[in-house]
Design a protein around this ligand. Structure first.
Ligand SMILES: [Fe+2]
Length: 142
């Protein structure tokens, strides 16, 4: 089992976004396992860069999804994404030491990205449910 584990509680009710969150966790686990196996710093960094690129693409998809739903906290949520990107940038700039790099990376993945999915991304879902009529009227003539 990997360091980071997907759980049904992370589901935001959108298959595409959920699949991307799962992929994000897979990539984070890959970085963690490379670090656990004392892989070379350059190789670990390569995978962190791949994860970083994936996070950026994913945030773009999530932002498009929020816009499509008319999610009212779009701007606030986008700022949280920008904060995570900034943190990843900072981690990659100060990554001369493998232990420090891996420690900061894992801390970000645990305390921020997973919490972000659980607390923030999950809020996007109820709005969608609200928009769907609870009782769809039977098809009426005319
Ligand atoms: Fe998000």
């Amino acid at each position: 089992m990997g360091e980071f584990v997907w759980s049904a509680k992370y589901s935001i009710g959108n298959a595409e976004i959920d699949a991307e969150h799962q992929r994000l966790i897979e990539l984070a686990n890959h970085v963690a396992s490379l670090a656990a196996n004392n892989e070379q710093l350059a190789r670990i960094k390569q995978y962190i860069v791949a994860l970083y690129d994936y996070v950026k693409t994913h945030f773009q998809h999530e932002e498009e999804y929020m816009l499509a739903l008319g999610y009212p906290q779009y701007e606030e949520h986008k700022k949280l994404h920008e904060g995570i990107i900034a943190e990843m940038n900072a981690i990659m700039k100060h990554s001369g030491n493998l232990d420090v790099l891996v420690y900061k990376f894992k801390r970000l993945m645990n305390a921020w990205v997973l919490e972000h999915i659980l607390l923030e991304d999950s809020r996007i879902a109820p709005r969608k449910k609200q928009e769907e009529p609870a009782d769809s009227p039977a098809s009426e003539a005319n």
